[in-house]
Design a protein around this ligand. Structure first.
Ligand code: GLY
Length: 345
């Protein structure tokens, strides 16, 4: 029996059981007290900033948006904001969304160009319009109306990685491939990247806010939109239940509305980690196309999930074992949390 079929028949197996190399759950879910912030593995600065804002009485939505802004502004994070990897034409197109628990309202922008802080624009879509999602030129014009400035988001580093990608793309075209250099190594590292940052927080009143922001799939087809700006796919927040966010292959979350599903599983009583793991298994059972599967039936892509519930329990799970885990911050400080996973690397 292929491992995929074995896992499918094991969906009813009790959690915590070891399935060969497919380890289901990690150590017990850590509990925290409000205020609390969680973020993806690249979000150490984000959870620290969010907690600092919450501890000084700031608003929970400002806390998460200011948290991820540090990463959007950082040219060394090649997956988010300024210095994010471009599309196949060498143009950086960004996606972001926010969701606010108390009003259950959301705001999002997709395929926005030239604006380094799309999460802040998404917050303005939520606060200053009756809409949820603005895209492309309209999203950019909305940002300009609110005083944002356009700039070229491609850095020298990402331009050179993109050029390397273009030169290596087709040996029969007219772009000549030059000798390997440091950008070839970076291209190897990032050519299939879906990197993103997610941050969710809960304040002392139990009010929740979430944000996800990304430059999306590296070298994507222009116009491609991932899960990050789609409510329920790349993030979801419900003030009665908790919050969930994701990084990784956005198409899997678009097909499964993964973050909405995590929150619904938590509503039914699953812990955050169990809920995240259930969604990894749902993705496995729904993935049928051969190019997304290895020969043994394992998924050939990664998706990571992060969640907390109203009890202040925190948990995460990924398709592939994470070397970094994810971040949480509460009164005990900022720390890494291990994630459950379907497959060891
Ligand atoms: N999860 C980010 C993306 O697929 O665009």
């Amino acid at each position: 029996m292929k491992r995929r079929d074995f896992l499918k028949t094991s969906l009813t197996a009790s959690l915590g059981v070891s399935l060969g190399s497919a380890s289901l759950l990690k150590a017990a879910t850590p509990s925290a007290e409000y205020p609390l912030a969680i973020a993806s593995g690249n979000g150490e600065v984000a959870v620290k900033k969010a907690l600092e804002i919450l501890q000084s009485g700031g608003k929970v939505m400002d806390a998460v948006v200011e948290g991820v802004k540090i990463v959007e502004d950082d040219p060394e994070d090649l997956t988010v904001g300024y210095g994010g990897l471009p599309n196949e034409d060498g143009v950086v197109q960004l996606d972001a969304a926010v969701m606010y628990g108390p009003t259950h309202k959301a705001g999002a922008v997709a395929c926005i160009e030239g604006i380094r802080n799309p999460a802040k624009v998404a917050q303005l879509v939520m606060d200053r319009t009756d809409h949820v999602l603005l895209v492309g030129k309209g999203a950019q014009e909305f940002a300009l109306a609110h005083g944002f400035k356009t700039e070229n988001l491609l850095t020298e580093k990402t331009r050179k990685i993109w050029l390397k990608w273009k030169e290596k793309l087709n040996p029969r075209d007219n772009w000549r491939e030059v000798a390997d250099d440091e950008y070839s190594l970076l291209l190897d590292q990032y050519k299939d990247s879906y990197g993103t940052i997610h941050c969710s927080a809960i304040d002392t009143n139990g009010d929740i806010a979430s944000v996800t922001t990304t430059s999306g799939r590296s070298f994507k087809i222009p116009g491609r939109v991932g899960d990050s700006p789609i409510i329920g796919a790349g993030l979801y927040a419900d003030n009665e239940v908790g919050a969930a966010g994701s990084t990784g292959r956005g198409e899997a979350n678009l097909n499964n509305l993964s973050c909405f599903l995590i929150v619904e599983f938590m509503r039914m009583g699953k812990s955050p980690q169990e809920a995240c793991m259930e969604v990894c298994k749902r993705i496995l059972s729904h993935t049928r196309l051969p190019h997304l599967l290895k020969d043994n039936g394992d998924l050939d892509f990664n998706v990571e999930f992060y969640a907390f519930n109203k009890k202040g329990e925190v948990g995460g799970a990924a398709v592939y074992e994470s070397s970094t885990g994810f971040w949480m911050a509460d009164a005990k400080g900022a720390r890494k949390v291990e994630m459950a996973y379907l497959y060891k690397r």
